[in-house]
Design a protein around this ligand. Sequence first.
Ligand SMILES: *Cc1c(COP(=O)(O)O)cnc(C)c1O
Length: 500
Amino acid sequence: MKLEMKRPAVAVTACEHSLDPPDWHAARALAHRMVDDLFAYHESIGHRPVWQPVPDHVREALDQPLPAGPQAAEAVYEEFLDHVLPFGPGNGHPRFWGWVIGTGTVSGMLAEMLAAGMNAIVSGGDHAPLYVERQVVRWCAEMVGYPAGSGLLVSGASMANLVGLTVAREARAGWDVRLRGAHAGPPLAAYGSVEMHSSIEKAIRLLGMGADALRRLPVDAQYRINLDALQAAVRADRVAGLRPICVVGNAGTVNTGAVDDLTALADFCEREGLWFHVDGAFGALAALSPTLRPLVAGMARADSLAFDLHKWMHMPYEIGCVLLRDEAHHRRTFSLAADYLAPQSRGLAGGPVWFSEYGPQLSRSFRALKAWMGIKEHGIEQYRRQVEQNVTQAAYLAELVMRHPALELLAPVPLNVVCFRYRGRPRSRQLPPSADALDALNEELLLRLHESGVAVPSYTRIDGCYALRVAITNHRSRREDLELLVKEVVRLGDVLARAE
Ligand SMILES: *Cc1c(COP(=O)(O)O)cnc(C)c1O
C-alpha cells in the first residue's frame, strides 16, 4: 500500500514558537526569587496561623474564565503569592496534627524541582531515573526489614493497597482473573478489622468484589483485630461456599495507631492459605526503630506491604511504596506487553523490567528522586530519630491529658496518635453533661481551634464518642506546641461549657 502525505490542515507559517521563556535572564531572576520566597516561607512557618479560611476574594480570584492570551510570569507569580501560598492546608506547621499528614522538607522541595526539571518519565527503558527508583525500592525494603521480591513507588498508600490487593486477588482467586474477571468462580472474600482504612474498601470495590466481600471484624480493647472472630468468619464463609482470599493487617490504624498482632495474622494466613497484606501507611516506619520494631513484628511475613513516604518520612506529596514478596505474582498481575512497549535488547528501550509491568500506570513521574536525595542527605538514622521523637511526644501529650481534670483520654496510645476530649470541670452540684452535649461541645471546640489558627488536630469517633485526634507525623513539633494545644483546648472548652 502506498501512503500519501496530506498537507496538514493547520497553516504552517514561517514563525514557529516554543514555550521557552521569552527572556531567559528575567525568567532566571524570577526563579531565584521563588526559591528565596519559599525558603522564607519554610523558615517562618511556625509564626503564622496553621490554617486560615479561604477569603471570598480569593475564592473569586480562583474562579476565572480560561485565559486566552499570555500574562507576564511575574504577574502570575504575584497571584500565587497573594491567593494560593497563604491559604494552604498548613501541614508544614509545627502544630499541624490532622489526619496523618507529613510535614515536607526543604530538601524535598528542591528535589521536586530537580525531578520536574529533568521531567523524566519512569515507565521503563535504560536511563538513570529508572535505576534511582530501583535503588529507592531496595532501600525501602531494607528500611522496614521486608524481604521484597519486587516493589513500586506509587502515589500513596491508597494506591499501594490497591496494587497489593490486586495481586492478592490474582494469586488466590483460583482462576485467571485477568482474563475471566472477578466473578468466574465462587464469590471472593477478604478480611480485616473494623479499624481498617477506607482505602481498603475502595480497593475491594474497584476490584469488582463488592464492598460486602470485605468482612470487618471486631477489635479488642487495644483496637487490634479479634483473631477468634477472624477464624470464625473465614470458616463460616467457606461453609457458605465463598472463597476467602486475603487478610489485611493494620500496622498503625488511622483512628488510634493500633497495630494488629501481625505474627498471629501471618500464622493464620499460612495455615489457611490466605494472602497476607499489611497496610502500614505510617506504622510500617516503626520498623526503623529498635525500640518500636517489636510492635510490627510479623510484618516481614506479609505477602504484600503498603506504606507511605509522604507521611512519616516527610517527602513532598505524593509518594508511597508497595512491596511484594513474590515478583512473579506481581508481574503476572500487571504485565501487558504491547508491540510498542516490548523491551529491546539495546538502546533506550533496553534495561530492566519496565515498572509499568508492576502497576496500573504507564507514564510515571520521577518521584524516586526526592526519596533518593532525602535518604542520602538525612541518613536513615535521622528518620529513625524523628519517628521516635513523635512517639515520645504522643506519650507526653497523653500524659498531659491524663493529668488534667478537664480532659479525658479516649484510647490507648501505642504509637503517635492521641484521641481525647474535653470533659468539663467536675462540678459538685451539677449533673454531668449528656453524651450528645459532650460530642457537640468537642466538635465546636475543634472548629474554633482550627479557626483560631493555633493548632489543627482532626477528629474521629471512639466507641461512639466524638474525639479530638492528634496524629503526630511532624518533624517540626516540639513539646511546647503540645502544651499550647492542651492550654487552648481547656480554655475553649471552659468557654463553651460556661455558655451552656
Ligand atoms: C493515610 C493512610 C492510607 C492512605 O494513604 P494515602 O497516602 O493517603 O493514599 C491508608 N492507610 C492508612 C492506615 C493511612 O493512614
